[in-house]
Design a protein around this ligand. Sequence first.
Ligand code: ADE
Length: 224
Amino acid sequence: MRIDIITVLPEMLEGFVNESILARAQKKGLAEIHLHNLRDYTTDKWRRVDDYPYGGFAGMVMQCEPIDRAISALKAERNYDEVIFTSPDGEQFNQHVANDLSMLENIIILCGHYKGIDQRVRDHLITREISIGDYVLTGGELAAAVMADAIVRVVPGVIGDEQSALSDCFQDDMLSAPIYTRPADYKGWKVPDILLSGNEAKIKEWEMDQAMERTRRLRPDLLK
Ligand code: ADE
């Protein structure tokens, strides 16, 4: 899959895109992430992307034209399944949304500036608005990074079978069971006996019980 991220701060995302899981996925040829500087789509010599709001409100507003030009340039090259705008008043991002988006061929993520974007962009160019949580960030770049990471890591083959994405917490709307590694006894802190028993059926049952208990205790909302 391919993700095109349009931002006024590409430097903020460069390191992230070229490191981490995203770098691995790109090396394996399973995903492509491309960063586009919105200022490259301006027509004035100051490379301005915003202007004063109509109505005398405070703050600056990102203009339609550079965004329209950026999105149109991308659309001229290929079809896009979604044009996503990062916004705290969008639908809530979660594992299901990440799974769904990971099955698409091409998506655009426009990093927004809340309150500061011309409504006509949202009305005419954006197909989906997504929030990563009920708090307001200064810009959409971190939200785009969070989304790209979660989407790409569930693309088949990106992470090895040994840590299959299907066993992630949230995949079944449940938290994961606790996990342990050697030594079996560290300073008297013991690994549960069941995990050392070699009884696969019993271990599976224990894992399910633990996952259910943790979910009930920590995230009862997931069980509703
Ligand atoms: N931009 C600012 N805050 C945001 C949030 N919570 N989610 C997505 N984009 C945002």
